[in-house]
Ligand binder design. Sequence first.
Ligand SMILES: Cc1cc2nc3c(=O)[nH]c(=O)nc-3n(C[C@H](O)[C@H](O)[C@H](O)COP(=O)(O)OP(=O)(O)OC[C@H]3O[C@@H](n4cnc5c(N)ncnc54)[C@H](O)[C@@H]3O)c2cc1C
Length: 410
Amino acid sequence: MDTRTLSPPAVEITSGGKSVFVLQPHAEIIVIGAGAFGGWTALQLQQKGYRVTLIDMFGAGNSRSSSGDETRVIRSAYGSNATYFHLNRRALQLWQDYQAQWGKTLLHKTGLLWLCYSEKMPFLEATLPFMQQYGLVYEYISAQEACYRYPLINFSDLHHAVYDAEGGYLMARESCQAVKEAFVQGGGRYIQQQARPMKIENNQLSGIQLSDGTTLCAQAYVWACGAWLGYLFPELLAQIITPTRQEVYYFGPPEQQAAAWEAMPVWIDWHMESDEFFYGIPGNAHRGFKVAYDKRGQVVHPTYLDRQPTADLISKSRQFLAHRFPKMANAPLLEARVCQYENSPDGNFILDQHPLAENCWLLGGGSGHGFKHGPALGELAANILTGAAPLEPLFSLSRLGKQGIYANFC
Ligand SMILES: Cc1cc2nc3c(=O)[nH]c(=O)nc-3n(C[C@H](O)[C@H](O)[C@H](O)COP(=O)(O)OP(=O)(O)OC[C@H]3O[C@@H](n4cnc5c(N)ncnc54)[C@H](O)[C@@H]3O)c2cc1C
């Protein structure tokens, strides 16, 4: 039993119109979950001088976590949503800073190509004012010119393409492991165990229990447990976090042209009328030409989910591939990954206190688009916990009074 004496409690401040308890310098904090959300939060808290323990039951970037694939897309467009646009800008900066500091290439800024079926693409147009604020532009490429620039893509049914030079892809699993390594090298304590919340009493979570029976206490707890959040806090989150089954495939490009295929930008093919949405990461760390069909699959349990890909979804992706990238029509399927989205009802993140325990923070709801934001969301979480930033209303639990729809993607 490792129940240590705690230093004085946190202080109360008003944040985002609500009373929250923020941590005193050097307080002890436990972060549970070493995926994109928890890992970055632990690192940012540690770099602010807090004493942080990071816990993960399967390991940072493990194959069952949402962050555990090879790669994830980063894009600048977020429609008219200012919060995500600015969070993403900050994240991009932090990805660049940290990879320079660590001497690793975690961000591949290959650019991102939107394949547009009609003249108007309202989602991109709504982002333009934010782009202008940063002096950034999207490049409009007519179908005719696009055929010339991207000869491996079939543009016959497309009106034009839009090139986002700020887009690209991130190394997913590798980043989670790099974050954890940096955290440990910086003096953080890392434990591989399953954690469970103990009793909530007097508006406080009393501690956590690990799977070996140890109990740990701290001034604050951050539960960044992805698709498992609803199982850990069933009364509060079972109806809020919905894990859905998602498949991604890595196809093998032709051997004579593999480098040309890998040099292509990340692409998004969104047929708005039918709401069919495919995207892909050609480079994908040499693992193959990655193709994903972004439709929510069946609701699953993230620990026990059968991770074999399904024939009908492979066939759907093959059909798409044969049409959009005709030279890949007969490409062999090299690998597949079955993973889960941890959907919130409206697709927005959750970063808020447990309503019954002011020292217990909930961080999740990545909803298929969270990875890119990891460093900036971790920084925001660290700032909110320490009183340096107000609560973000878009990420509050109270917004979910009215249930929304799954609204975001990659
Ligand atoms: C197929 C797919 C494609 C995606 N594409 C993109 C994309 O292109 N771009 C993008 O930005 N985002 C994308 N996302 C979303 C993004 O990957 C997720 O939003 C993000 O990884 C969520 O990170 P997380 O830390 O919240 O969860 P996770 O990565 O799942 O981490 C949670 C961690 O908590 C641990 N844990 C859970 N319960 C416990 C417990 N009781 N005790 C100890 N440890 C525990 C788990 O082991 C896990 O490591 C995609 C997601 C999927 C599934």
